[in-house]
Ligand binder design. Structure first.
Ligand SMILES: [Zn+2]
Ligand SMILES: [Zn+2]
Ligand SMILES: [Zn+2]
Ligand SMILES: [Zn+2]
Ligand SMILES: [Zn+2]
Ligand SMILES: [Zn+2]
Ligand SMILES: [Zn+2]
Length: 1759
C-alpha cells in the first residue's frame, strides 16, 4: 500500500475535473471519422487514472472520488454524445416520449417478497412484485408468498403468465397499443448515434470481460487494441477469485498469512470475494503481488485445488471495472426509452461471421469463465434488455436453445451456484408456453434437454442401465447440478398445449422417444437379491436412483397430461411407443424355459418359473408404470367405451405386462414378512419411498393400476393363481386338504403375513377405483377420498394434510377445493394450531383397507373409527364403503370377487378360523377375507338395485357361497362357515362384521325373491328374533364397556397418586405457559391471617402496623423431605432463585451502564435493574450445597468425556432446580417474620426525628477510634444513643452465610464484576433487587388490571417475601460503617447535608428505590438507639412521608406537557387547592413552570404517584408481614384504602401542609439544585453533576409501560422491509439474515461474519452483541426470512420460539416453506410480550434446551 501512495499523485484527476468538458468531448466525437478510435483513446487515457487506484483500506471518500470521476469524465461524455443535449434534459425528453410496454420487469433482490396467485398464475414461477401485487385483483384470491432467491423478475403485464388479470393498476395498458417498432419513434440522428455508441461500448465490455481465451497465461496483461495506456507503470493487483471448495475460515487464515493483514481485513476480503467473486488483496509491483500469489497457492493447494489467484496489471483491472460500469450504464439508459432498448437488443444480437458470432453469444459462452460480479451485471442487463422486448426475447431464446447443450456442459464444469449461471435464465424463457412450444418445434428443445441429461449420467451397467456407485460428495454435487436439466424439462412441459399442430406432434413424439430411452436406462436399475445366511457387507447405494425417480416423477406426470390432451393421435402413438420399448427391454423375463403349470379349483394356467425370494428384482420400473398411466388415459377416452377393439391393445400379453409390477409388490410383502432382514436398511428405505407420497403416484399407485389392467384382461382364476404363485403361497392353497393348516411349518408366521399381504393386494386390485379411468369418478373425488382417510386417523392441521397429498406440477394438491365439504375447522388458541375434523356424515366412506394407509395408520384409523361408532351407539362393523362403478375397459375386474379361486381362498381361511388360536390363522387374515366377502355382497346388491328392466344380473355371489366346499374336504359352504363363526367366542371382535355380512346376504336374498316372485312379505320375517338378539347383545356389551371404563379410571387415579416425581407433569404445565401457572394463585394464603384481624387495623407501616411475627412458617425441604420451621437461630432454608440484569422497565435501549457504576442512586428511567425470580422450591442450605457440589462434579466429568454445553453454566453458579428443572443461579435465604412493633408511648414527630437522625449522622461522621479502641466524636451524640454499640447478630451462622452467598451472587450478576465481600456496594445491590423486582411486578399487575394483592402465583409471592426479608437483614452481614455512609448519602438527597457532596437532584432519582434503600439501611442506624423510646417503625413512617413529599414535588415539576389548560370551574376540592398551593410555591422559584389548572394538577399527581404507592404497599406488606385490606386483595384497589394501608392521608398534600414550615426549606433546596433547571428545559445536565444517563431526558410520571415494538399485520410488509435492509458494515450489501429486535425495533445483520463484534474478548454475532446494549444480555428477535422468533440469553444460550404470525389455517410457518399469507396473531404476540416482561426468557430457553439437547449444541453467540 505504501508503494501506491508514492506513485500516484492523488490530486491529478481532481485537477482534470475542473478543466474537462463532457460537452466538448462529445462534440469532438461527433465530428470524428472513426468514432471507435476516438472513444477508445479517451478511455485508454482516463480509465486507468480514475479507477482502481490502490487496494484494501479504501475509505468512502476515495470511493466517492472514483465514482465522481467516473461519472464526470467517462459517462457524461457518453450521455452528451448519445442524447445530443444536456443529459438531464435529454433523458427527461426521452422518457416523456416513450410509450412503454406493459411489462413491469422489476428484477428481484435477494429476500424480496414475491407473490403468486394460485388461481390465476399459469405456473408457480409466475410472480408479482409487492407493488404490482397490492395493485392487482390477485390479493383477493388465494395466493402464495415467498422470498426471492435473487434474479428473476416481476411478470406483471405478461399475458402468457396469467390465466386472467395479467395487469396491475399501474401496468394496465391505457388503450393505445404500444408501437410495433419503438425505434421509429426516435429521431434518425439519435438512432444512428445509438447504434454506433452501443456497438462500441458493448464490444468494449464483451472484449474485456471475456478476454482472449487462447492464451490464458498472458491474459492479465493484454488489452484490446487501442486501449493500451499511454505509459505502462509497474503496478499490479493480486486478484483472488472465489470458489465453492474452500471455506471462509480457510480463506481468512490464508490471507492473513499471505498478505499479512489483520483478521478483520481478511474477513472483509473474504466477504467481498464471496459476494463479488473476486477481490484484489494486494497492490504493488509485479514481484510483490506474485509473492503473495505463490503463498496463497502453496497454502491452499495441499488438500484440494488451490485457490484461484491472478496477478493482473492495474490498467486491465481498471478497464474491467469500467466495463461493468458501462454495462450498468447501458442498462440504465435503456430504461428511458423502448426504442433505445430495441437498438441495444439489435446490437447485441447482430450476427457477425459464423455461428455464435453475436456479442450476446460471446457473453453466454464465456459465462462460466467470468467472475460472479461480472456475471451478475451482464445478466441484469440481459433481463433489462432482451427479456423485456418481446421480439428479441424470442430471438434470444432461440440462441439460448441452440447453445443449450454447451451452456449446460460449461455449467457442469463450473463450480458456482446456479443462480449466477446464465443457464438460470431458462426459467424466463421456457416457462412462456408459446416460446417453449416454438423452441420445441424449431430447436427440438425437449429432445435436446433429455439427451443432454442422459449424456451427463455416464455410468451404466452391462444391460445399459444407470449405475450409481458409492455416492461421493463430488458425485452428489455433480448430480445436483444435472438435476437442473430436469427442472428445465418441467418448465417446457408445464402446460399441455390447447392446440396441437402436426409439427408439434412430431417433435413431442420424438422427444418422447428420447425420454423413453432415458426411462429404459432406469428400468430395472439397482436390482436386489435376497440375502440368505449372512447380512450384506455394505449397504448398496440407493439414494441416487430414488432422487432421480423423484425428480422425474412430475415430468412423467406431465407427459401423461400432454398425451391426454390429444387422445386420438398422440396418446395412441405414445402407447404404442411405450409398449414396443417395453417389449424390447423386457429381456429380464426368461423365455424359452419350461413354463410352470398350475392347477387350482378346477382351473389351469401356465406361468414363469420365478421366485422373488431367489432371483433379482428391482423396484424401478418406470416403463411399466408409464404404460399403466397411459392405459388409464386410454380407458377414459370415448373410443374405449364405444369401440374398445380399436385400441392398440392387440399385442398385449397381460401376464407379461403385470409380471414386473407384481414382483415388486411381492417384494414389499416379503420385506414386510421379515424375509429380507439381512438386506439391511437400504432396502427398507427403498420400500418406504416406494409408498411415500413423494413417489407413490408414479410407483406404487401405477403398479396397482397395472395389476388392475392385467386382471381385467385375463381369466380371474388365472390371475389369482399367478398372484398366489408369485407370493410363493400356491402350495398352501392347492394341496388337496387346503382347509387344514400344517402347524409344524417353521415359517408359519412369515407365511401368515404373506397371506395377509396378498389378500390386501386383492382387495386393492378390486376396490381401488378412485382414479378417473379405472372407476367412473371426477378428479376431485380422489383428493376428497384421500382427505377423508387422513382425517379418519385423527383431526389434522392444514399443513399435515398437505404433506399427505401428492402435489401436481403446479404445486397444488386440490386440498382447498374439497376440504370444506368434508371437514370442519377448529381455530387454535394461544398455543397449538388449527385443526380440521372430519364431518361425521363422511364416516361411511371410510375404507379400512385404503391403499395409502401404512399398517400403523390403518390400526390408528380402525381404533378411532370403532371408538366413534361405539360412542354413537352403533355396531362396530367396518364394512367397505360402496365403490364407484368401474370404467368399461376394466369392467371385468369385479369377476375376481366371485371366481372359484378366490372362493377357495375364502373358504380355506374361514375354515382355519373355526379353531381358536394355534397360529394357523390370524385375525388380520380373517378380517381381510370378511372384507372381501362384504365387497362381493355390496357388488351384488348394487347390481341388483341398478339393473334396468328384466336383464339378468350376472353377479351371483350369494348363490356361490351357499355351495358346499370342494371335495374332498366337504366341510360346508362359506355361508355355513360364517354362520357357525358368528357366535364363536374367540371371534368376538369380528362378530359385528359377520352379523353385517349375514344381514346383507338376507337383504340380497329378499331382493332376488322380490323380483322373482314380486312378493315383499319375506323381508320383515326372520329379522324379528335376530334383531332382539342383537339388542340384547348390544346392551350386554355396553355394560361390559362401562365396567371396563370404571376400572380404567380407578387405575388412572391410583397411578397419578403414585406419581411423586412431578417433573414431567411440571414440564407440561410449563408448556401450557406461565400464565396458567399463575391461576394457582396464593390468594388463599391471606385468608388465615386476615380473618384474625379487623379491617380497620390494616396498616403496613409505622408504629400502628400489625405484624405477622406470630405466624409460624413450616416448610419442607424438597431434597430430604424433612419439615423445618424457619427461625433466625435455626438451620438455614433457601429458595432456588434466578438473578438477572434487566432493562425491561426502561424505555431507553441505548445505554450500557459501566460495571463500575455507583448503584446507590437509581435513575428514574430504571436503565438497568437486577431482577430476582424463583420457582418457589425450598431446600435446606446444606442439602442445596451438597446438591450443587454434585452437579459441579458431574459437570467436570462430563466435560472430560465429551465436549459441549449444558443448558446451564455451572461455572457461573447455574444449576437446575432439583424438582422442577427451572434454571437457577443462586438461592435466597428464608428469614423469619419481623417482630411486632413495640408500642412506644409518644413517638417523636417528624421534626424531632429528623433532628435526632441528623445529629446521629453528624456524630457518626466525625467519630473515629482512639488508639485505645474507644470511640470519640467531635459532635455530640443524641441522647440515648451509643455509638460503640454493636448489635447482636440475630441469625445463626448458617443463615448469615446464606445471606452473604445471595448478596454476592446478586452483586456479581448485577454489576458484572467479580464478587468481593469487602466492596461497599454489596448491600446496595441486594436492596436494589428488592426494589426492582417489586417494581416490575407492580407494573405487570397494573397493566393486566389485576388486584395488587392476592393475584400473584405462590412462587412469586414467596420470592418477594423472602427477598424483602433478606433485604431487611442485609445490613447484619456487612460492616456497620458502610451502611451508615449509605444512609447518610441517601438522606442527604432530601435533607441537605453539607458533608455529603454530589447529591443528585431529585429529578434524577427513582423515589421508590430511594425509599427501599433508606428504609432497609435505617435499621442499622436505629440499632444504636438504646433509649427504647422510639421504634424502628417510626423511622420507616417518617422516611415514607418524606420520600412521598419528594415524589409529589418530582411529579409536579415534570407534569407540564404544554397542553392547553382546560379550565375546570367550581370551587375546587381541598386536594386541588393544596396542590395548587404547593405548585405556586414551586413556580415562584422556577419561573419556567407553566400555568396548569388545579384540577389537572391534582389528577396528574394522583396518577403519577400511584405506582409508587402501590410498590410501597407491596414492599411494606412483605417487610412487615402485614395483611392487606380486602379491597386491595380482590378488587382494583381504592385510593383511600391504599393510602390508609400505608398510613397516609388520602389527601397526600396534607403531608406537605401539616409540616409546611419544616418542609418549605427542604423543597426549596431540592428545586434549587443546579441540576433542575437544565433538566426542565430538556437541555444538557449541569457539568458539576455526574450524569446518570446520557442525554439528560427528564422522566415523567407515571412512567409509560414498556412494550415490544408494534408489528405489521401482514407479514410480507416485514419481508419487504428486511429486503431493503443492507448490512451496515459491508457497504450496501444485502444482509443474508436480517433480524429484527422486538424490544427496540433495530434491524440487524445476523449470523454473518461481516457483523461480528468482540464482546468480552469473544467474537459474537450481531444479535448477541445487540442484547448487551439493548437488553442487558437478554434478547427477543424475529428472524425475518425464517419467520422464526429467536430468544437469546447470555452468550451461549438461546432457543427458537414460534412466531406470532399465523396463516389462515391457524399455523405458523417457521422457515417460510409453505408460503401461505401470514397475519399477526395479537394474542400470541401479547403472550410473548408478557413472557419478556415477566423476565421469563432465560427460563423458557432453559426448558427448551433441556427438552431438546440439539439446541445446546448450536452456537447461539454467532447469530
Ligand atoms: Zn411488478
Ligand atoms: Zn404491475
Ligand atoms: Zn388471481
Ligand atoms: Zn433437606
Ligand atoms: Zn423448582
Ligand atoms: Zn434492541
Ligand atoms: Zn453484516
Amino acid at each position: 500500500m505504501a508503494a501506491a501512495e508514492s506513485e500516484q499523485d492523488p490530486s491529478s484527476p481532481s485537477g482534470e475535473f475542473l478543466s474537462f468538458s463532457a460537452r466538448d468531448t462529445a462534440q469532438r466525437w461527433l465530428a470524428a471519422s472513426d468514432l471507435k478510435q476516438e472513444v477508445y483513446r479517451h478511455l485508454a487515457l482516463y480509465v486507468p487514472r480514475i479507477l482502481c487506484q490502490g487496494t484494501g483500506g479504501r475509505d468512502s471518500r476515495e470511493e466517492q472520488r472514483e465514482e465522481l470521476g467516473c461519472q464526470l469524465l467517462l459517462l457524461a461524455p457518453l450521455e452528451w454524445f448519445l442524447l445530443g443535449a444536456e443529459p438531464g434534459a435529454g433523458l427527461a425528453h426521452l422518457q416523456q416520449n416513450n410509450r412503454p410496454s406493459a411489462l413491469c420487469g422489476h428484477v428481484f433482490k435477494v429476500g424480496e417478497p414475491t407473490y403468486s396467485c394460485r388461481e390465476c398464475a399459469a405456473d408457480p414461477t409466475c410472480v408479482l412484485c409487492m407493488t404490482c401485487f397490492l395493485g392487482s385483483v390477485h390479493k383477493e384470491h388465494r395466493y402464495r408468498m415467498t422470498t426471492s432467491g435473487g434474479g428473476g423478475f416481476c411478470d406483471c403485464g405478461d399475458t402468457e403468465a396469467w390465466k386472467s388479470s395479467p395487469f396491475c393498476q399501474t401496468h394496465l395498458p391505457d388503450g393505445g397499443e404500444a408501437p410495433e417498432d419503438p425505434v421509429s419513434q426516435l429521431s434518425p440522428d439519435l438512432v444512428a448515434r445509438g447504434y454506433s455508441l452501443f456497438s462500441i461500448l458493448l464490444k468494449y465490455a464483451v472484449d474485456l470481460l471475456t478476454g482472449d481465451q487462447q492464451d490464458q497465461q498472458d491474459r492479465q496483461d493484454r488489452l484490446p487494441e487501442g486501449l493500451e495506456p499511454p505509459e505502462r507503470a509497474d503496478t499490479y493487483f493480486c486478484m483472488l477469485f472465489n470458489d465453492e471448495v474452500h471455506t471462509y475460515e480457510q480463506v481468512i487464515y490464508t490471507l492473513q498469512k499471505a498478505v499479512s493483514c489483520s483478521q478483520r481485513e481478511a474477513v472483509s476480503f473474504a466477504t467481498t470475494v464471496d459476494r463479488d467473486g473476486r477481490k484484489s488483496v494486494r497492490y504493488g509491483d509485479f514481484q510483490f503481488c506474485d509473492q503473495a500469489k505463490s503463498v496463497i497457492v502453496r497454502n491452499t493447494g495441499r488438500q484440494s485445488k488451490p485457490l484461484r489467484v491472478q496477478v493482473m496489471h492495474s490498467s486491465v483491472v481498471a478497464h474491467q471495472s469500467f466495463a461493468l460500469k458501462a454495462l450498468s450504464w447501458l442498462g440504465g439508459i435503456i430504461q428511458y426509452s423502448d426504442g433505445l432498448r430495441r437498438i441495444l437488443c439489435q446490437v447485441g444480437l447482430q450476427k457477425g461471421e459464423g455461428e455464435n458470432s453475436t456479442l450476446v453469444d460471446h457473453l453466454m459462452l464465456n459465462d462460466s469463465k467470468m467472475w460472479k460480479g461480472a456475471r451478475n451485471v451482464y445478466h441484469q442487463l440481459l433481463m433489462n434488455s432482451l427479456l423485456m422486448d418481446l421480439k428479441f426475447k424470442k430471438i434470444f431464446a432461440i440462441q439460448f436453445a441452440k447453445n443449450y447443450r454447451r451452456l449446460q456442459t460449461d455449467f457442469m464444469e463450473d463450480d458456482h451456484e446456479r443462480l449466477v449461471s446464465v443457464t438460470s435464465l431458462s426459467v424466463q424463457l421456457f416457462t412462456v408456453p408459446t416460446m417453449a412450444r416454438m423452441l420445441m418445434v424449431d430447436q427440438d428443445l425437449m429432445g435436446t434437454i433429455i439427451r443432454t441429461f442422459v449424456d451427463q449420467l455416464r455410468h451404466r451397467d452391462l444391460q445399459g442401465r444407470f449405475q450409481f456407485d458409492r455416492y461421493t460428495a463430488q458425485q452428489a454435487f455433480r448430480f445436483q447440478r444435472v438435476q437442473n436439466l430436469i427442472g428445465d424439462l418441467k418448465y417446457v412441459l408445464m402446460s399441455p398445449p390447447d392446440q396441437w399442430t402436426d409439427p408439434l406432434r412430431i417433435k413431442f413424439l420424438e422427444g418422447l422417444d428420447a425420454f423413453l430411452d432415458l426411462l429404459r436406462c432406469m428400468q430395472g436399475m439397482d436390482p436386489v437379491v435376497r440375502q440368505v445366511g449372512q447380512h450384506i457387507e455394505m449397504e448398496p447405494e440407493w439414494e441416487a436412483a430414488f432422487t432421480l425417480q423423484m425428480k422425474l416423477s412430475p415430468v412423467i406426470s406431465m407427459i401423461q397430461d400432454w398425451c391426454r390432451s390429444d387422445p386420438e393421435v398422440v396418446l395412441v402413438q405414445a402407447y404404442r411407443k411405450v409398449l414396443s420399448m417395453l417389449s424390447q427391454s423386457s429381456g429380464g423375463l426368461p423365455d424359452g424355459e419350461q413354463p410352470l403349470s398350475l392347477v387350482l379349483a378346477g382351473h389351469q394356467v401356465e406361468t414363469f418359473r420365478y421366485q422373488v425370494s431367489q432371483e433379482r428384482v428391482s423396484i424401478h420400473l418406470p416403463l411399466c408404470r408409464l404404460l399403466a398411466g397411459l392405459h388409464v388415459l386410454l380407458s377414459r377416452t370415448e373410443v374405449a367405451t364405444r369401440f374398445p377393439e380399436q385400441l392398440p391393445l392387440g399385442e398385449l400379453a397381460p401376464p407379461l405386462l403385470m409380471e414386473l409390477p407384481l414382483r415388486c409388490l411381492v417384494l414389499c410383502a416379503q420385506v414386510h414378512a421379515g424375509m429380507w432382514r439381512r438386506n439391511g436398511f437400504s432396502l427398507i428405505n427403498q420400500i418406504y419411498y416406494y409408498h411415500n407420497v413423494k413417489c407413490r403416484v408414479e410407483m406404487f399407485d401405477k403398479d396397482i393400476v397395472m395389476l388392475q389392467a392385467g386382471a381385467s384382461m385375463m381369466d380371474p382364476n388365472h390371475f389369482l393363481m399367478i398372484v398366489l404363485s408369485r407370493f410363493e403361497l400356491f402350495h398352501v392353497f392347492s394341496s388337496a386338504d387346503a382347509r387344514k393348516r400344517y402347524r409344524d411349518n417353521k415359517d408359519l408366521v412369515q407365511q401368515n403375513t404373506l397371506i395377509e399381504e396378498m389378500l390386501h393386494l386383492i382387495i386393492m386390485v378390486i376396490g381401488e377405483r378412485y382414479v378417473a379411468g379405472i372407476g367412473q369418478v371426477q378428479p376431485l373425488d380422489e383428493v376428497r377420498r384421500e382427505i377423508i382417510h387422513q382425517l379418519s386417523i385423527r383431526p389434522m392441521a392444514h399443513s399435515e394434510l398437505l404433506k399427505a397429498l401428492p402435489e401436481n406440477g403446479n404445486k397444488e394438491t386440490g386440498l382447498e377445493r374439497v376440504i370444506d365439504s368434508v371437514a370442519s375447522f377448529k381455530k387454535p388458541g394461544v398455543t397449538g394450531r388449527g385443526l380440521y375434523e372430519l364431518r361425521p356424515e363422511w364416516n361411511k366412506h371410510f375404507n379400512l383397507y385404503f391403499h395409502h394407509y401404512s399398517r400403523a395408520d390403518q390400526s390408528k384409523a380402525e381404533e378411532a373409527q370403532r371408538k366413534s361408532r361405539r360412542q354413537n351407539g352403533e355396531d362396530t362393523a367396518l364394512p367397505p364403503p360402496p365403490p364407484p362403478p368401474l370404467c368399461h375397459l376394466l369392467g371385468s375386474l369385479v369377476n375376481l370377487l366371485q371366481c372359484d379361486v378366490l372362493l377357495a381362498l375364502e373358504g380355506a381361511v374361514l375354515q382355519w378360523s373355526v379353531e381358536p388360536g394355534g397360529g394357523s390363522w390370524t385375525e388380520s387374515m380373517l378380517q381381510r377375507v370378511l372384507h372381501l366377502v362384504a365387497m362381493a355382497l355390496l357388488e351384488e346388491q348394487q347390481q341388483l338395485e341398478n339393473r334396468c328392466g328384466e336383464e339378468d344380473v350376472t353377479f351371483s355371489y350369494t348363490c356361490k357361497i351357499t355351495r358346499p366346499g370342494e371335495a374332498p374336504s366337504s366341510s360346508g359352504s362359506i355361508l355355513a362357515l360364517l354362520e357357525s363363526l358368528q357366535n364363536a367366542p374367540h371371534l368376538e371382535v369380528h362378530k359385528d362384521m359377520i352379523t353385517w355380512i349375514l344381514k346383507t346376504v338376507g337383504t340380497i336374498k329378499t331382493i332376488r325373491e322380490r323380483t322373482s316372485t314380486s312378493s315383499t312379505f319375506t323381508v320383515s320375517q326372520g329379522a324379528g328374533p335376530e334383531e332382539t338378539g342383537r339388542d340384547r347383545d348390544k346392551a350386554e356389551r355396553k355394560r361390559k364397556a362401562e365396567m371396563a371404563r370404571l376400572r380404567r379410571e380407578k387405575i388412572m387415579a391410583q397411578m397419578s397418586e403414585m406419581q411423586k416425581h412431578f417433573i414431567n407433569e411440571n414440564k407440561d404445565l410449563f408448556q401450557q405457559s406461565l400464565e396458567e401457572m399463575e391461576a394457582s394463585t396464593s390468594a388463599a394464603e391471606y385468608s388465615s391471617p386476615s380473618s384474625a384481624l379487623t379491617c380497620a387495623s390494616k396498616v403496613c407501616v409505622g408504629p400502628r402496623r400489625v405484624g405477622g411475627a406470630d405466624l409460624r412458617q413450616l416448610v419442607t425441604c424438597i431434597l430430604c423431605q424433612e419439615e423445618q420451621e424457619v427461625r433466625g437461630a435455626g438451620k438455614a432454608m433457601v429458595l432456588a432463585a434466578f438473578v438477572q440484569r434487566s432493562t425491561v422497565l426502561s424505555r431507553n435501549h441505548t445505554c450500557t451502564p459501566e460495571p463500575g457504576r455507583d448503584p446507590v442512586f437509581m435513575h428514574p428511567d430504571l436503565p438497568v435493574g437486577v431482577h430476582t425470580a424463583s420457582c418457589g422450591h425450598i431446600m435446606h442450605a446444606t442439602c442445596w450445597q451438597r446438591y450443587f457440589e454434585a452437579v459441579q462434579v458431574k459437570e467436570q466429568r462430563r466435560q472430560q468425556r465429551l465436549r459441549g454445553n449444558t443448558s446451564y453454566d455451572v461455572e457461573n453458579g447455574e444449576f437446575l432446580c432439583p424438582l422442577c428443572e427451572c434454571l437457577s443461579n443462586t438461592v435466597i435465604p428464608l428469614l423469619p417474620h419481623l417482630a411486632t412493633p413495640g408500642h412506644s408511648p409518644d413517638p417523636p414527630s417528624l421534626e424531632a426525628w429528623l433532628q435526632t437522625t441528623s445529629q446521629l449522622i453528624a456524630a457518626l461522621h466525625t467519630c473515629r477510634k482512639t488508639p485505645e479502641g474507644e470511640l470519640e466524636g467531635a459532635e455530640p451524640v443524641p441522647e440515648g444513643f451509643r455509638l460503640d454499640f454493636s448489635p447482636h447478630r440475630p441469625f445463626s451462622s448458617s443463615i448469615s452465610e446464606m445471606i452473604t452467598t445471595f448478596s454476592l451472587a446478586v452483586f456479581k450478576v448485577g454489576l458484572k464484576v467479580e464478587p468481593d465481600e469487602q466492596d461497599g456496594r454489596v448491600p446496595v445491590v441486594g436492596w436494589s433487587t428488592c426494589a426492582f423486582s417489586i417494581q416490575s411486578i407492580e407494573r405487570l399487575l397494573l397493566d393486566e388490571d389485576k388486584p395488587l394483592f392476592g393475584s400473584l402465583p405462590c412462587r412469586q409471592d414467596d420470592c418477594l417475601s423472602s427477598l424483602v426479608r433478606f433485604g431487611s437483614a442485609c445490613w447484619t452481614s456487612v460492616p456497620q460503617n458502610t451502611v451508615y455512609t449509605h444512609f447518610s448519602r441517601l438522606l442527604a438527597v432530601l435533607v441537605p447535608d453539607r458533608r455529603v457532596e454530589n447529591s443528585p437532584c431529585i429529578l434524577n432519582l427513582d423515589m421508590f428505590h430511594l425509599l427501599v434503600y433508606s428504609v432497609l439501611s435505617y435499621s442499622s442506624l436505629h440499632s444504636l438507639d438504646q433509649s427504647g423510646r422510639s421504634s424502628v417503625d417510626v423511622g420507616h413512617l417518617h422516611l415514607l412521608h418524606l420520600v412521598t413529599v419528594a415524589h409529589l414535588v418530582q411529579v409536579l415539576l415534570t407534569c407540564s406537557t404544554g397542553e392547553v389548560c382546560m379550565d375546570q370551574d367550581g370551587g375546587g376540592s381541598e386536594e386541588e387547592q393544596l396542590t395548587l398551593q404547593l405548585y405556586c410555591f414551586l413556580r415562584k422559584h422556577l419561573s419556567s413552570l407553566p400555568d396548569v389548572s388545579p384540577w389537572q394538577l391534582w389528577s396528574r399527581v394522583k396518577a403519577g404517584i400511584l405506582p409508587f404507592l402501590r410498590a410501597a404497599a407491596l414492599f411494606f406488606h412483605y417487610l412487615n408481614s402485614a395483611a392487606p385490606p380486602a379491597d386491595l386483595v380482590a378488587g382494583p384497589g381504592q385510593w383511600e384504602s391504599l393510602c390508609s394501608f400505608l398510613s397516609l392521608p388520602p389527601n397526600l398534600l396534607l403531608l406537605y401542609q401539616t409540616h409546611q414550615d419544616l418542609l418549605d426549606p427542604l423543597v426549596l433546596s431540592w428545586i434549587q439544585h443546579p441540576g433542575v433547571p437544565p433538566l426542565l428545559r430538556g437541555g444538557i445536565q449541569h457539568p458539576g453533576v455526574a450524569p446518570l444517563l446520557p442525554g439528560g431526558r427528564v422522566t415523567r410520571f407515571p412512567r409509560e409501560s414498556n412494550r415490544l415494538i408494534e408489528l405489521p399485520e401482514d407479514y410480507s410488509v416485514l419481508i419487504n422491509q428486511a429486503s431493503s435492509f443492507t448490512c451496515p458494515r459491508s457497504g450496501g450489501d444485502k444482509s443474508r439474515a436480517p433480524t429484527l429486535c422486538l424490544v427496540c425495533g433495530a434491524m440487524l445483520c445476523s449470523q454473518s461474519y461481516c457483523c461480528q463484534t468482540e464482546v468480552d474478548g469473544e467474537d459474537v454475532g450481531a444479535c448477541t452483541a445487540h442484547t448487551f446494549t439493548c437488553g442487558a444480555g437478554v434478547g427477543l428477535f424475529l428472524r425475518v426470512r425464517e419467520s422464526q422468533v429467536l430468544f437469546v440469553a447470555g452468550k451461549t444460550k438461546g432457543c427458537f420460539y414460534p412466531p406470532p404470525y399465523l396463516d389462515d389455517y391457524g399455523e405458523t410457518d417457521q422457515g417460510l416453506k409453505r408460503g401461505n399469507p401470514l397475519h399477526l396473531c395479537p394474542d400470541r404476540y401479547r403472550k410473548m410480550e408478557r413472557l419478556w416482561r415477566q423476565h421469563g426468557i432465560p427460563e423458557v430457553i432453559g426448558h427448551a434446551q433441556e427438552a431438546n439437547q440439539t439446541l445446546v449444541a448450536i452456537d447461539w453467540q454467532h447469530l
